[in-house]
Design a protein around this ligand. Structure first.
Ligand code: 5GP
Length: 117
């Protein structure tokens, strides 16, 4: 079981922002922006590649609700999902990072901005 599934099951605590029967939003334990929220489906999907497209619309509504709640819907934010090894995914349960509260540079989104492709 991944750490996020344990959070959904209530086995590990989280700093909750918003919850409904299908999704959960909580503060990232190691924030990389003044506002850093993780948004997950309660049902297990390893990553975006495995996600049920029929659930994505509802998840988008939930994400938009979280952005309003955090007061970043007007100021703006970045929504990121890391997928698999090259995407830098560490927790193998689909999650979106909602990052805001400051003007973000693009290098904030990559682990090695110096790398050449
Ligand atoms: P990934 O690299 O998989 O896209 O992101 C995983 C994120 O989960 C990281 O930003 C990390 O700080 C966060 N994280 C890992 N373990 C925990 C935890 O137990 N609680 C919370 N709230 N965040 C966690």
């Amino acid at each position: 079981m991944t750490i996020f599934e344990k959070i959904v099951a209530g086995e590990i605590p989280c700093n909750k922002v918003l919850e409904n029967d299908k999704f959960l939003a909580f503060h990232d334990i190691n924030p990389k922006a003044p506002i850093h929220i993780l948004i997950i489906p309660k049902k297990h999907f390893e990553n975006i590649q495995e996600m049920d497209p029929n659930l994505m619309g509802e998840m988008l509504l939930f994400i938009q609700q979280v952005a309003r709640l955090m007061g970043v819907d007007k100021s703006g934010y970045r929504l990121v999902t890391n997928c698999g090894e090259n995407g830098g995914q560490e927790v193998m349960h689909l999650h979106f990072h909602l990052l805001g509260g400051a003007k973000l540079g693009w290098s904030d989104a990559v682990t090695n901005p110096q790398s050449t492709f």
